[in-house]
Design a protein around this ligand. Sequence first.
Ligand SMILES: [Cu+2]
Length: 332
Amino acid sequence: MFDTFPLWPTRASTTAGSVDALFIFLVTLSALMSLVIFTMIMVFAVRYRRRKGVAAEQIEGSTALEVTWSVIPLFIFVVIFVWGAVIYFKERTPPRGATEVYVVAKQWMWKLQHEEGQREINELHVPLGRDVKMILTSQDVIHSFYVPAFRIKQDVLPGRYTTAWFRPTKAGTYHLFCAEYCGSQHSGMIGQVVVLEPAQYEVWLSGGGASGTMASNGQNIFQQLGCSTCHRSDTQGRGPDLVGLFGKPVQLEDGRVVTADENYIRESILTPGAKVVSGFKPIMPVFQGLVSEEQLNALVAYVKSLNPSPSGAAGGPTVVPSGAKPQEPKVQ
Ligand SMILES: [Cu+2]
């Protein structure tokens, strides 16, 4: 309908339509309210203008009137709230089985890596019609990942992961912006999201020159940093067995129970003392400052891949070809 008169950016994701519907509702409602108020001002100004022999009459309270102007707006606001919350929760909850992309923002570029291992800069290739979950972090200041055509905007914070997801519904190339002022070249921190037909995407993926999946790179790093000396799948290790950890509740030494999500694994590696697993001694060395964001992402992807459940594409322990070298991040 708006193809020749673009009031809105292209709608290219499953959530775009519902975001727009709410937005149009809010604009229409505000316009109607403004119209009502404006009309009343005019009508009252004329009707109660100063005239000889006519004095305005003061009304002292009216329960019916007060109930009306409280209940009607309340009802409208509850509708707005519930409608907004439904869309919010839908946008906040990545579907299971989504293909995963790790995003590292820095001044002033986007570094992306697919779980299959492909790396990209300022460009993201995704398959049409499939759910894509992004796991985002920043290696310096706060940025924000904004793709107008998908109606998603997610702050990207240093020191932790945030997530966002979308399912593209239309092949094409779409703008990617940084939507958080992040320094002198913030306006240049732009890129594009390329939505490809699934078959084309497979071709793109196989031609990307990745050396191993993120999980297998992570496994190499896991060996290299000596994690494997403490974390072993037999019961001999000094650290907990990480197989099946991801997504499960973890009983901590201080009595708390937390869920082993990406942020928990990240924190367990960088500052193990923050949350000590019940029944273990806080002997794990601190890796803060010793691993890059890319290495950390690979480690997280590896720990996630240790889950026997087929929740992700990389399900099951990954076999690394012997002699494979851990890949150094090309861009720092
Ligand atoms: Cu930025």
